[in-house]
Design a protein around this ligand. Sequence first.
Ligand SMILES: Nc1ncnc2c1ncn2[C@@H]1O[C@H](COP(=O)(O)OP(=O)(O)OP(=O)(O)O)[C@@H](O)[C@H]1O
Length: 610
Amino acid sequence: MSTIKEQNYNKGFDIELWKKLLRFAKPYKRNLILIGVMMIILASVDVIFPMLTKYAIDNFIVPQQLEGLKIFVLWYILLIICQSIFVWIFIEQAAKVEVGICYDIRKLGFKRLQELSFSYFDRTQIGWIMARMTSDTQRLGDTISWGIVDLVWGTAMMIIVSCVMLFMNFKLALIALIVIPFLAIVSSYFQKKILKAFRKVRKTNSRITGSFNEGIMGAKTTKTLVREEKNLEEFSEIAGKMYRSSVRAAIFSSLYLPVAITLGSIGTAMVLWRGGEGVILGNLSYGALVAFITFTIQFFEPVRELARIFAELQSAQASAERIISMIETEPDIKDDSEIVKVYGDVFSPHKENWANMKGNITFNNVSFAYNEGEKVLEKFDLNVKSGETIALVGETGSGKSTIVNLACRFYEPTKGEILIDGVDYRKRSLLWLHSNLGYVLQTPHLFSGTIKENILYGRLGATDEEVIRACKLVNAHNFIMKMKGGYHSQVGEGGGRLSTGEKQLISFARAILADPKIFVLDEATSSVDTETEMLIQKAIEKVLMGRTSFIIAHRLSTIRLADRILVISKGKVVEEGNHYQLIKRRGYYYRLYTNQFMDEQESMMLHKSS
Ligand SMILES: Nc1ncnc2c1ncn2[C@@H]1O[C@H](COP(=O)(O)OP(=O)(O)OP(=O)(O)O)[C@@H](O)[C@H]1O
């Protein structure tokens, strides 16, 4: 299986990508503006505090003046209350933006995943998709909201503090700011290193998600193959990579902070030295010196923050690239724009669009390959009349599922055409075909929820009576009633609480309720008990009635029901006819039949009659 590999994202700032991302931020424009305003106000308030301290020292403490101090303290407290209110507002707004953006991206991603064709899932690992929808989305929502908070605050703070310092004492301000270029260089160096290590962490993240997924989905197989230790070994290798990259990132992070603090402290020390001289010589007030020292400390915090934010923005860019690449993937199979204009897309179903299908299906000179150069079907012709039941038999890998997948338009022919009721199906909407299609898989999938909810997926508006009638028709009613909760019993994730036979019966009831014109059954190979086998057989007979049907058949009893059996070998129909005709011919089907289906007794009976 060719897969979309974890790419290396080493790009610098990609303006086009961020423009696309602004689309996600657009619905939150008002919140973001409010956050911006709050952060500018907060940065200003942060700068006012040292000014107040300066005022208090110069006007109350140094002159030992108590009058007015109480009023001053009241103002101070009032400012702290205002600051707390602003902090509350910005945290609330930023959190709203964060969850809102995550919600929007996930919804859009999920919608796109619903639209994408089978071919996308053939070449994309589930782990890759899961990582996109979870951690990458979270990172993006987080960076857009909190990144903007820190960016606006940091920038405003730096501008305001440096202006105030320069205004207060130009020379001392220059002395304080002299370490800035060094701090910027050091910050940029460390952030690059930290980012590189984090990129590695996230690159392995998709693989870890994939391993979790496989570990959970394949838990039973792992146990039966006694692969626990081997799986753990493989998982430990990937997790070990993540561990090593995480440790590397942690080492750089832990080194960066003391270096940045030391540099910042050098700035502060220089201010203390030159400013102290100024105080002694009488050029600077005590209050101004204390305010200056606070400003220098205040100034270095946003410098460090900005370095971190730029690194985070860069790493969020990698998340954004991955998410956008998924959201922008166009489905290989989609309605042509003219059809969308008339009928709307698959999410706005247009009822008339799906009425009136007869169910005649014609393959005209169809060639198909999953991957370039590996033809599965070549110049394949088939004509299926409305209401006809076609059984497809043949050895594994012969192309049976491919024929059905093409008929269902899960894939489209590479060459040639498939006509439904005489019209190339690419000229009709996907919804028209799919809403007239019933498909029961070998291991039918049920969604978490009750039995009734699962049957209702066939036709959401169906009444309770219709659901029960459908279940009775396919002999599912009795086993459902035997369950404690009846129709309200929970089926568990993927229908895990039911047996395969029961899941099949429920899928048949669902298909009966949907009343499709075309029905596809990929018959289960696993054997069920004779009683269930009989129930399933009867159910199949009921479902097939009046529909064009394709059955990938494994049971002789089902094959016998077919109007026509197609024996497929290497993508070609090698024999065709009903069961008895094909047995008489003593060809490929006969051999397949004697090898695969016939028990000894039947074999003897056939020998006798021939
Ligand atoms: N999604 C896919 N991507 C690439 N190749 C595929 C894909 N699905 C099937 N093939 C290949 O196409 C060929 C036909 O496969 P197909 O599934 O149609 O066979 P089949 O007769 O239904 O087999 P089975 O009875 O085992 O289900 C095989 O060689 C298979 O490896």
